[in-house]
Write a protein that binds this ligand. Structure first.
Ligand code: ADP
Ligand code: MG
Length: 529
């Protein structure tokens, strides 16, 4: 380790915007501006031949070179490849995220020198697979990822810092409960947190990985496009660059509508042009169902935490989309409280991540922690097992959702037949009893079971789930002293070799084409369950 390891850096790797913060000499979180001088960097990548351009330039290119631009890769983490082919190549979504991280790493090091260790944030609702993919993206960008932390938890830490709870003697003796409402560009997250002296505990969390400001944008795009069609019988959405330009116009108009009562949006396509005027009222009417979805989830999360609105002290606003007046209004009506935006909605998450990084670094230096963070898991985790009565495969849950982490959970299964040689532990995440409706995390196979095991021999399966949502699996067979700790063979993840090749490629822009193709799944399975 070098001296650089003392800089605490946090990165809010957002679906649409990324922010980086560090802890300055006085112990305060400070956002680092990028090379363009902005506090946030669009999480957008433009490919120009072998060269990747990230940020504002790439966002602009959506109007002219849409075919070469990747955006919202975060939404596709967990998939094997990004939906769009770029420069004739299929990229894993985590590699596209790594290009973004690499750009912010380079920009930040202009201010604070080289650094490697970072904390990266993820939506609380992210499942295990997406968390792993985020860590991999950090690795590919040349980082040593100290931890991943949930975005709402990070926001709560930043809030706690402002309120003075993070000072050694500033801990509040009263219990404080916050509801963090985070509406960003591509995801919605809501979490109920409790701050009890120095303990930050998440009580319940929920969200929607397919809901964000862009859905609001698209309502405007569709509205304008339909008006255009009515007039000219032409659909501007059918041509990618025109659609890109129209989306940028609409996104801009949406921002204006947060400050003003009306705006006009221009659209031109195939030598026809028109301006469409839209009022804030109309905009709110076009999008109220989206807001209702967030309201519904918010109510459910409060219920899951076992609380009523009286029990909540603060409603924290996070994410650029909470600037829309309709959001505060809805929350005020729902909660009876004035929402709190005392930490900037764009910076809160990065600030909290940097504070978390400084706490980890202090712990690594042997200092006692100033605060403790405890999370809950957002999805139930289980294994696929056959029901002995019906012989149907079902999801046997080991860790129900909203369990406080870290946790270890054990469940006993049985071998199916005599002299069974191996068992397959297939791990799924989700609430449904039917494994097909759950997300497949991966599997591990226990081979070389002791000879002559009778049928129905108990097998203990133990899950150890860390605070950051990463999982390890232990399997032990009754009557043997062997305890098998298993790495999970993940269905959609990238091998270490490929990660290294990407790391070299992205951080050094060295061409290693031969190694960039994703391998076919070569996981061997032996299924004797
Ligand atoms: P993410 O974390 O998902 O990347 P952010 O929290 O950075 O997202 O929020 C980005 C979203 O916020 C975008 O959809 C953007 O259009 C929206 N946004 C930013 N400023 C405003 C504003 N003034 N009014 C309405 N929406 C805004
Ligand atoms: Mg965000």
């Amino acid at each position: 380790m070098t001296s650089e390891s003392n800089i605490a850096v946090g990165i809010d790797l957002g679906t649409t915007y990324t922010a980086v913060a560090y802890i300055d000499d006085t112990g305060r979180p400070v956002t680092l501006v990028n090379a363009e001088g902005d506090l946030v960097t669009p999480s957008v990548v433009l490919f120009e031949g072998q060269h990747a351009v990230v940020g504002k330039e790439a966002l602009k290119a959506l109007s002219t070179e849409a075919d070469h631009v990747a955006q919202c890769a975060k939404r596709e983490l967990g998939e094997r490849v990004f939906h769009k082919v770029l420069e004739g190549r299929q990229f894993p979504p985590e590699a596209l995220e790594a290009f973004v991280l690499n750009k912010v790493r380079q920009d930040a090091s202009r201010h604070i020198g080289d650094f490697r260790q970072v904390v990266i944030t993820v939506p609380a609702y992210f499942d295990e697979v997406r968390r792993k993919a985020t860590q991999d993206a950090g690795y590919m960008a040349g980082f040593d990822v100290l931890d991943i932390i949930n975005e709402p938890t990070a926001a709560a830490i930043a809030h706690g810092f402002i309120k003075g709870y993070l000072n050694r003697d500033g801990a509040s003796n009263e219990l404080r409960r916050l509801l963090v409402y985070d509406l960003g560009g591509g995801t919605f997250d809501v979490t109920v947190m409790e701050i009890n002296a120095h303990d930050f505990v998440a009580l319940a969390t929920d969200g929607d990985v397919q809901l964000g400001g862009q859905d609001w944008d698209m309502r405007l795009v569709d509205y304008v496009a339909e008006e255009f069609k009515k007039t000219y019988d032409l659909d501007p959405r059918e041509e990618p660059n025109t659609a890109g330009r129209l989306w940028r116009e609409c996104e801009d108009a949406k921002r204006t509508l947060s400050a003003r009562g009306k705006v006009s949006i221009s659209c031109d396509y195939k030598s026809q042009a028109m301006r469409v005027e839209i009022t804030r009222e109309k905009f709110e009417e076009l999008t109220h169902d989206l807001l209702d979805r967030t309201k519904f989830t918010t109510k459910q999360t409060l219920q899951a935490a076992g609380l009523t609105w009286k029990d909540v002290d603060y409603v924290l606003l996070v994410g650029g989309s909470t600037r829309m007046p309709m959001v505060s209004r809805m929350l005020r009506e729902l909660t009876g409280k004035d929402p709190d935006a005392s930490v900037s909605v764009d910076e809160a998450v990065a600030h909290g991540a940097a504070l978390h990084a400084s706490i980890i670094l202090a712990r690594l230096r042997g200092e006692s922690p100033v605060i403790n963070v405890r999370n809950v898991n957002s999805h139930s985790l289980g294994v696929v097992a056959s029901d002995p009565r019906t012989m149907r495969r079902r999801n046997a849950i080991l860790i129900p959702r909203n369990t406080t982490l870290p946790v270890t959970a054990k469940r006993v299964f049985r071998t199916q037949k005599e002299n069974q040689k191996s068992i397959l532990v297939q791990i799924v995440e989700g609430e449904s009893a039917s494994p097909e409706d759950c997300s497949q995390i991966g599997k591990c196979v226990v081979r070389n079971l002791p000879a002559q095991l009778p049928a129905q021999t108990p097998i203990d399966v133990r899950f150890a789930y860390q605070d950051n949502g990463r999982l390890t699996v232990h399997v032990s067979v009754a009557g043997t002293s062997r305890e098998l700790k298993h790495e999970i063979a993940r269905d959609n993840s990238i091998s270490q070799e490929q990660l290294d090749a990407w790391r070299l490629f992205i951080t050094g822009h060295q061409l290693a084409d031969a190694q960039l193709q994703a391998d076919d799944d070569d996981t061997a399975t032996i299924d004797e369950l």
